[in-house]
Design a protein around this ligand. Structure first.
Ligand code: B12
Ligand code: SF4
Length: 566
């Protein structure tokens, strides 16, 4: 059995028959720093779920990530027994097109649909397929192939992101992705991931020892000491995190982690624990002051976020707009509440009833879903797809943009806030005297040194007087802590300014979207098949070259007088 697993085709983040310009393939630019002009953080992530499945089944498998339609057609013609398509709800039209292409060009291949898009009601009738996998995919695929679903798992070796750019300057990405498990038991009514994975946590790796071993493997293979932890609520398993820290301390390893966690789980382990663990980034759902979820009940969010930042941990506060309680006044109270938390990043998401969630069921029962709006627009960064008593779709688009812009106007760019958090951490960690915390502080000192050149760019392009003064304060705090910038930092500032001059213009053009490159990764493909494919590829390339040459020569030949042609 030979298997192909594919993500949906590009281009992404453009208005066309299959997608919308808001569905950009960039995490921060899509839903966090989207209104921060040239300071928006730009990078892509591979489709981790597909590599995770490929790594953990025994059949020869190819993962095709971010293909064009043409590349997808070329690939499926190679003759796969089974082709899996991974898609989310807003990519419904792409998945449908891909299934149609498989039936047309590879009718012998079986089609499996997987990923969050399988929650679309009536999907069985809407997209051509042979099998549907809802929820966790590794165990499902193993069963499908007749393998034992309970075998131990192997973690894929993948960088956390790629093509990272800050103010246009390409950045090295040495961080790796770490995927401890999927799902979350908290089951907040709107949460697509929690519902999709059965309102429970499925651990891929149960112990701190396993995670520590994976970190060591990733360090060996990719040189990574920093890990982006793709787990909805990492600290919900505090004993696993504690064991991981114990092993790091015992082995003098100073790994660092970017994590997602809910407030009650953070409170349970405490800020000092997170600092010791090496958490440098925390994504936390603050949601709203009008709808207090269980996870945020009796948590003093302003104090928690201040303490995290004081310890050098950058915080992303995620909030929901257009709740039932929101009218034209209360929505601004909530925006103000979130901005006042002073986090390094803010994510504003529109309340989005996604299929499979309690919210969706409830709104469906009330008959307030606008089901005529195509799925491409069901994503939370443009317009509402349900009837809101106080906001029209146009108002929801306008207000969302204004909320992001307000945060940017008040607090400045995320990078500026991160520079400030680092300095706060350096000062706070000076209070600790043990070896482990000294190492953590030392890391922040290095980080400050690498961030410092960007401060000149932040100053030059500060977009209002208030932000210029915030920037000057941060610059002063760096000078107070480290003295004047070094020669190298001055040179790097000049380089960053040169890049920024181009980037500042580029981001004002309509085409401010980066497309991820295509990845094709083989797992366990026999050498003879690989060689045959390479030969075939060369023949195709030669045929394409010949055709191109002919295209180029034809007009030339026509411009030569007839008698000379003879
Ligand atoms: C990383 C990520 C991204 C990356 C995309 C990376 C990529 N290459 O596709 C970025 C940041 C670019 C992104 C963008 C968007 N995203 Co996104 N993203 C995520 C995130 C945080 C992690 C996904 C992940 O890797 N999980 C870990 C892996 C292991 O799990 P998994 O992908 O679910 O895969 C498992 C199963 O689903 C299954 N499976 C998956 N595919 C397949 C295929 C087959 C054949 C089989 C058998 C099984 C299977 O098996 C896997 C292993 O168990 C999730 C939230 C989350 N925590 O899951 C949101 C999430 C997937 N994104 C979502 C959305 C809405 C978007 C955007 C539309 C946001 C926006 N407003 O614009 C855009 C769309 C971009 C686009 N053009 O497609 C929603 C999807 C909701 C839904 N119900 O459809 C999610 C769930 C977040 C949410 N709102 O709750 N996203
Ligand atoms: S705590 Fe976060 S991940 Fe868990 S259900 Fe709520 S929103 Fe989803």
């Amino acid at each position: 059995m030979r298997i192909l697993l594919s993500s949906v085709f590009g281009p992404y983040g453009v208005d066309d028959a299959y997608g919308r310009k808001e569905n950009i393939m960039e995490l921060f630019h899509n839903q966090v720093t989207r209104e921060q002009d040239l300071f928006s953080l730009r990078f892509h992530h591979q489709s981790f779920g597909l590599y995770f499945i490929a790594e953990n089944i025994q059949a020869p498998t190819t993962v095709l990530d971010f293909p064009s339609q043409d590349a997808f057609i070329r690939e499926i013609k190679k003759g796969y027994d089974t082709i899996g398509i991974s898609f989310i709800v807003p990519n419904f039209a792409k998945a449908k097109r891909m299934a149609g292409l498989i039936r047309e060009h590879a009718p012998q291949s079986k089609i499996i649909l997987g990923g969050h898009g399988t929650q679309v009601p009536g999907i069985e009738e809407l997209i051509e397929h042979d099998y549907i996998c809802r929820g966790e995919g590794v165990a499902w695929f193993r069963k499908f192939l007749g393998e034992d679903p309970g075998q131990p798992l192997s973690h894929p070796i993948l960088p956390s992101g790629f093509s990272k750019r800050i103010v246009g300057v390409p950045q090295k990405t040495s961080a790796a992705v770490l995927i401890p498990g999927v799902g979350c038991p908290n089951a907040c009514r709107f949460c697509a991931t929690s519902h999709f994975f059965g309102k429970k946590y499925t651990a891929f790796f149960e112990t701190g020892q396993e995670l520590f071993d994976i970190c060591q493997k990733l360090e060996k293979e990719l040189g990574s000491k920093e890990f982006f932890v793709m787990d909805e609520n990492f600290l919900k398993r505090p004993e696993r995190a504690r064991e991981l820290l114990g092993l790091m301390e015992k082995n003098n390893k100073y790994y660092r982690f970017g994590i997602f966690s809910s407030a009650e789980a953070v409170a349970q382990v405490g800020v000092e624990f997170l600092t010791r663990l090496g958490v440098y980034f925390l994504w936390i759902g603050v949601e709203s002051k009008y709808e207090i979820y269980e996870k945020n009940r009796s948590i003093d969010l302003p104090t928690m976020i201040r303490q995290l930042k004081d310890h050098g941990i950058s915080v992303l506060a995620s909030a929901i707009l257009f709740l039932e309680q929101h009218d034209k006044q209360t929505i601004w109270d909530d925006i103000q509440f979130v901005v006042d938390l002073g986090s390094d990043m803010v994510q504003f998401m529109q309340l989005g009833p996604l299929p499979g969630t309690r919210l969706y069921e409830n709104y469906d029962r009330q008959g307030i879903l606008k089901k005529d709006i195509p799925f491409e627009e069901w994503h939370g960064q443009h317009r509402l797809w349900f009837e809101h008593p106080n906001f029209s779709p146009g108002e929801s688009e306008d207000l969302l943009r204004k909320a992001f812009r307000y945060d940017y106007n008040q607090q400045g760019a995320t990078i500026l806030r991160m520079c400030e958090t680092v300095i706060r951490g350096i000062r706070k960690l000076a209070d600790y005297n043990d070896k482990h915390m000294r190492e953590r502080r030392q890391f922040l000192v290095k980080k400050a040194a690498s961030l410092r050149p960007i401060l000149e760019v932040l100053k030059k392009y500060a977009h209002n007087r208030h932000v210029r003064s915030l920037t000057q304060k941060v610059i002063d705090s760096y000078s107070a802590e480290f003295g004047p910038p070094t020669f190298k930092q001055k040179i790097l500032s000049k380089v960053a300014l040169a890049y920024a001059a181009f980037e500042a213009v580029r981001v004002t053009t309509k085409n401010n979207v980066y497309q991820p490159r295509t990845f094709r990764t083989n797992y366990r493909i026999p050498a003879k098949i690989l060689i045959a494919e390479q030969l075939q590829q060369r023949i195709v390339s030669f045929a394409e070259f010949q055709a191109e040459l002919q295209n180029q020569l034809e007009p030339l030949a026509q411009s030569v007088p007839a008698e000379q042609q003879k």
